[in-house]
Design a protein around this ligand. Sequence first.
Ligand SMILES: Nc1ncnc2c1ncn2[C@@H]1O[C@H](COP(=O)(O)OP(=O)(O)OP(=O)(O)O)[C@@H](O)[C@H]1O
Ligand SMILES: Nc1nc2c(ncn2[C@@H]2O[C@H](COP(=O)(O)O)[C@@H](O)[C@H]2O)c(=O)[nH]1
Length: 200
Amino acid sequence: MISTDEINRMNEQKVEGRLIVLTGPSGVGKGTLLRSLMQSHPELYLSVSATTRAPRPKEINGKNYYFVSRPEFEQMLKADELLEWAEYAGNYYGTPRQQVEEKIQQGKWVILEIELEGARQIAKSFPSALKIFISPPSFAELEKRMRGRGQDAEDAIAKRLSHAKTEIAAADEFDLQIINDDFDTALHSLEEAIFNPTQP
Ligand SMILES: Nc1ncnc2c1ncn2[C@@H]1O[C@H](COP(=O)(O)OP(=O)(O)OP(=O)(O)O)[C@@H](O)[C@H]1O
Ligand SMILES: Nc1nc2c(ncn2[C@@H]2O[C@H](COP(=O)(O)O)[C@@H](O)[C@H]2O)c(=O)[nH]1
């Protein structure tokens, strides 16, 4: 495992920044994995997206997302301020360009947690990005997690589960796939994929 000190040294030596894309169906555990990863690797930079979705209880503007109105999002699009964007389950989501480009220029490793359409846009614009897909152990378990989270209304759950089928079918487009069954095993695989990738 590469230590935080080592990553900081690489950053100081102006080792080139990297873009890492994490995609997977809603409820698979991407956010939970990333929260744990960021605790042991605060040197990574997790991009904060803009969205028109309403904040969930405990979500903080500027930390979890930038919560914006649809006209505000459309203005960001018009001004070319988004690196990628998509409409997902009735809301817009997008990655503010400036924060990501700045961090990469500083030599940081930047993580985007985004859905499939956005990941495809990044694959085109940043072919060197590492693209990781997080899969559920089964569809039934995905539904259980989404419901167990208790954050989404029934109509939103239906849209997210329907979208999940399309996303799971596209997993082969990614550089690697990690099944989030046992949490610690999945976290270890994610850490290895980022810091200790096997050579092609
Ligand atoms: N390996 C695991 N085993 C069991 N439950 C898990 C596991 N990983 C995550 N969970 C639980 O699954 C639920 C959904 O996780 P999380 O919110 O991180 O998903 P997500 O992929 O980030 O979803 P979204 O894309 O909608 O934000 C949470 O309640 C989380 O605690
Ligand atoms: N294309 C993008 N997708 C994004 C972005 N930020 C988050 N997401 C994805 O949206 C869904 C739903 O998220 P939720 O917080 O409402 O559950 C999930 O798959 C996220 O990964 C983004 O900037 N661009």
